[in-house]
Ligand binder design. Structure first.
Ligand code: UDP
Length: 608
């Protein structure tokens, strides 16, 4: 039988065994699918499938493998070492045994791999030429790496379906590398690599198929075994062209489990974790996604998507094996951080958590109140009843950017009584800061809702601003919409004498003053007069009268929902295009601020 057929046969055997065994165990569990039974089912199906697959390798492939492996005693040592890891893990999964036993089994298995199996990194080619013999240090390093890699995979989230899916991607990557590059003289890929990667691929595929949409968990036992075998594969199956690939390939193929451990460590530190044993109970990436409202399937898809991306990067690096190492490093530096950042941002932006409808979120030092239209109306009614003068700011991305450049405006906003989120960009940024706001509370809609409130409560309303005739037209619309509305004054926004307007306001004594002079003119006007005139509620509402009067058309519903109202306004008034520059600036400023925020959170005091 040709080696290719034997490798394919072993993989198929492992796949069918894991699939059918997994299904039988799931059926046996029936309706009482308690999580321990499910976990053990996955581990048993995976372990037996791997064992069968590996045992099939030497019997069908002895001639080919002995030639390829040289002195290596075939796959028997792998089966022995793997069984050790699996059984010790199963014992712990059943709640038996003593602490540290699965770790001891792992160390023993790694020693078997290095001594009997001859799995060791002996010599590496340096990126800029020359070889280094590692000798005994290579063996020690290999044991340490196998144990570390296996622990990292074992700590991967117990989300059903995740570990098997990860194994499928990681083993698949090695299989492709080994098949595509194994024949190259410098590759020195051990003969067992094709069989081991194919068997792992098959067994993981079988578990994924058996688990269906709900997925099967591999537990400590199965994931420990998967981690151990993948770690062995990273040593025997990597390309030894350069030290760079020797490191990059294993790290990329274990990227998600490694990221998970970094995340867990950070959570553990933040919780003031002093006891190292409590690290494996720290919050995982899966917990983080669950807290953000991701369903089980979506969380697994997102994590596997990230792993698939890292595996593709690994394959691209292998494809570029002859390219100078500097280019490969650059490629890595560009594509990897982008993926991790995208993952964490997506986990916040796409979160399905219930939006917060109280409290404040600071976006670029601008405090935004978490409000719905209903709670905004209620709070503003309370402000009017409470006596005194109050100022409300409706914040959109361009307003927030203006505040970055104008300290006076920033100070006004900071001391406003309420700040509403008036724009899709603000809602989006709040999500990035992990504080989802319930809805957009825009100036136009506030004018309409507060006019309704005023009609019901008998509050007087004053409309100040916009071109001559526009505020009058808006007043007519508001009166028609809210019968009984008392509009005690209307003035356009192109006045010369501000003091005269103040006198008009003093005489009219409005409860609610809408000011449409554009940012920052309207905010400065309000700030100069609201206390002196004792105006209970003042709002800067930009171009709202233009929209309400019908002078400008409001963006269609779908554009408002998609957060594209700003685009519609630019299309209507092309002279506003300059304002578009605020958007990329806003995105950039949010990125810098998120980075600082993250750095600040990371700098946690080390447990003493
Ligand atoms: N406006 C005004 N007086 C001025 C400048 C502007 O009444 O001296 C009006 C202008 O007619 C428009 C509104 O203020 O109705 C500004 O609308 P814009 O959409 O530009 O407001 P922003 O986006 O700055 O809130």
């Amino acid at each position: 039988m040709t080696p290719t057929l034997s490798v394919g046969g072993a993989a198929l055997l492992a796949a069918v065994a894991a699939w059918q065994l997994g299904r039988v165990l799931l059926c046996a569990a029936g309706d009482q699918r308690d999580s321990q039974f499910l976990t053990i089912s996955g581990a048993v199906a995976f372990g037996l499938a791997v064992t069968l697959g590996l045992l099939a390798v030497p019997s069908v492939d002895s001639a080919a493998s002995s030639a390829a492996l040289g002195a290596s005693p075939g796959a028997a040592w792998l089966v022995l070492a793997g069984a050790l890891v699996l059984l010790a893990g199963l014992w712990r999964d059943l709640g038996r045994g003593v602490r540290g036993q699965s770790m001891a089994a792992l160390v023993l298995a790694a020693l078997i791999a290095v001594t009997v199996g001859g799995v060791s990194v002996e010599q590496v080619k340096l990126p800029f030429g020359g070889f280094v013999d590692l000798g005994l240090a290579g063996q020690v390093l290999t044991v340490a790496w196998i144990v570390a890699a296996a622990v990292v995979v074992r700590l991967l989230d117990p989300l059903p379906g995740l570990t098997a899916g990860f194994g499928l991607l990681s083993a698949g990557t090695f299989f492709v590398v080994v098949v595509a590059k194994g024949h190259e003289p410098l590759a020195r890929v051990a003969g067992i690599s094709p069989s081991l990667s194919a068997v792992l691929l098959g067994a993981c595929l079988g578990v994924v198929l058996a688990g269906g949409r709900t997925g099967l968990s591999l537990g400590r036992a199965g994931s420990g075994l998967l981690g151990f075998l993948l770690a062995v594969l990273t040593v025997v199956g990597t390309l030894k062209h350069t030290a760079f690939l020797l490191v990059a390939l294993p790290v990329l193929s274990l990227a998600v489990p490694m990221l998970n451990v970094f995340y867990m460590r950070r959570q553990w530190q933040r919780a003031g974790g002093a006891d190292p044993a409590s690290l494996d109970r720290a919050r995982t990436l899966g917990d983080m996604l669950g807290r953000r409202g991701f369903g089980h399937t979506r969380a697994v898809e997102l994590l596997l998507g990230l792993q698939a991306y890292c595996c593709l990067t690994a394959l691209a690096l292998v494809g570029l094996v002859t390219v100078p190492v500097v280019v490969k490093l650059l490629l890595l530096a560009m594509v990897l951080p982008a993926a991790f950042v995208a993952f964490f941002l997506l986990s916040r932006i796409a979160a399905r958590v219930a939006a917060v409808d109280a409290g404040k979120v600071r976006i670029l030092d601008v405090p935004i109140d978490a409000l719905t239209y209903q709670s905004a109306e209620q709070r503003m009614d309370e402000l009017i009843r409470s006596g005194g003068a109050h100022h409300v700011f409706t914040a959109d991305a361009s307003g927030i950017m203006r505040a970055q450049e104008e300290p006076e405006l920033a100070e006004i906003i900071r001391t406003c009584d309420l700040v509403t989120a008036d724009g899709a960009g603000v809602l989006w940024a709040a999500r990035i800061f992990d504080f989802p706001l319930p809805e957009r509370v825009s100036g136009v809609d506030l004018v309409r809702r507060l006019s309704g409130l005023a009609a019901r409560q008998g509050y007087r309303v004053f409309l100040l601003g916009a071109a001559p005739g526009v505020a009058e037209a808006a007043a007519d619309v508001l009166r028609a919409e809210n019968p009984g509305l008392d509009i005690c004054g209307v003035r356009d926004g192109y006045f010369k004498d501000e003091a005269e307007i103040a006198e008009v306001l003093r005489a009219a004594r409005p409860h609610i003053l809408f000011v449409a002079l554009g940012i920052p003119k309207q905010e400065q006007f309000i700030r100069r007069w609201y206390k002196e005139l004792g105006l209970p509620l003042c709002l800067g509402i930009g171009g709202s009268f233009d929209v309400i009067s019908g002078k400008l058309e409001r963006a269609p519903e779908w554009m408002q929902r998609a957060g594209l109202e700003w685009l519609f306004r630019v299309l209507q008034e092309p002279k506003r295009w300059r304002r578009l520059a605020a958007l990329p600036k806003f995105v950039g400023a949010i990125a810098v601020s998120t980075w600082r925020d993250w750095r600040r959170q990371t700098k946690v005091p080390r447990p003493s």
